[in-house]
Design a protein around this ligand. Structure first.
Ligand SMILES: [Zn+2]
Ligand SMILES: [Zn+2]
Length: 221
């Protein structure tokens, strides 16, 4: 296998790929503000919730797992017309900035290569909720529509938290939480260049990988 110089790529990306004004803390705060804001707003809209309406939450968590699996496998790791930016940012930048051997985010500014841009968060959650909220409101119930907004925002936020935790150093205090440690190991295997297009696409829990046969553990590889 040819050796890829990760450090040289990182230096080049930091100086030429990241905007000079970029601030990782601001990026983190803006993303969290959008998603937590939508969570809080949707919760305040719920009224007289019936027992069955709570079922929207596990349903959204399942749909989110499937969406992440398919988007990651079929859009972020396959060149598609109309989605070249997604492929470039993920396969060409994220996977060269972080490899199996170099999985750790070294500085807050490196979050540029980890977190989705805020405009992508707005586009994804806006797309899901403009269509889904209206349909659920008309066809099912207003509470289900607000649960969709809460669930999709909470899922996206949890995705970003788990993905960021997967790129922390392995003695980071946050990794005392076993699910972070488990999914960090899962994601690290995905970052091996030999597996990135074929294994371990889930980020929060590996249901899609298990069902699709793309699940791999350290001891299997
Ligand atoms: Zn990653
Ligand atoms: Zn990937």
């Amino acid at each position: 296998m040819t050796t890829f110089d990760v450090e040289a790529f990182r230096q080049r990306e930091r100086s030429e790929g990241f905007p000079a004004y970029y601030n990782g803390w601001l990026h983190l705060a803006a993303s969290a503000a959008v998603m937590l804001g939508l969570c809080a707003w949707s919760l305040t809209q719920l009224q007289d919730v019936r027992a069955w309406e709570w079922g929207m939450l596990p349903l959204v968590a399942l749909l989110g797992n499937g969406a992440v699996f398919f988007i990651h496998r079929d859009l972020l790791h396959r060149r598609r017309r109309g989605a070249r930016f997604a492929y470039y940012m993920h396969s060409d930048v994220h996977h060269k900035f972080f490899t199996y051997e170099h999985i750790v985010c070294q500085r807050v500014r490196d979050l540029h290569a980890v977190l989705f841009p805020v405009w992508v968060v707005l586009l994804v959650l806006g797309g899901i909720n403009l269509v889904g909220w209206f349909l659920l409101q008309q066809l099912v119930s207003a509470n289900c529509a607000w649960f969709l907004m809460f669930g999709s925002s909470a899922y996206f936020l949890t995705y970003e938290v788990f993905h960021t935790a997967s790129h922390l150093r392995d003695d980071h205090p946050l990794l005392i939480f076993p699910p972070f440690r488990y999914m960090r190991a899962h994601h690290r295997l995905h970052h091996a260049h030999s597996r990135m297009h074929s294994k371990n696409f889930n980020i929060i829990y590996p249901l899609g990988d298990i069902l699709a046969g793309t699940f791999v553990r350290e001891q299997d590889s």
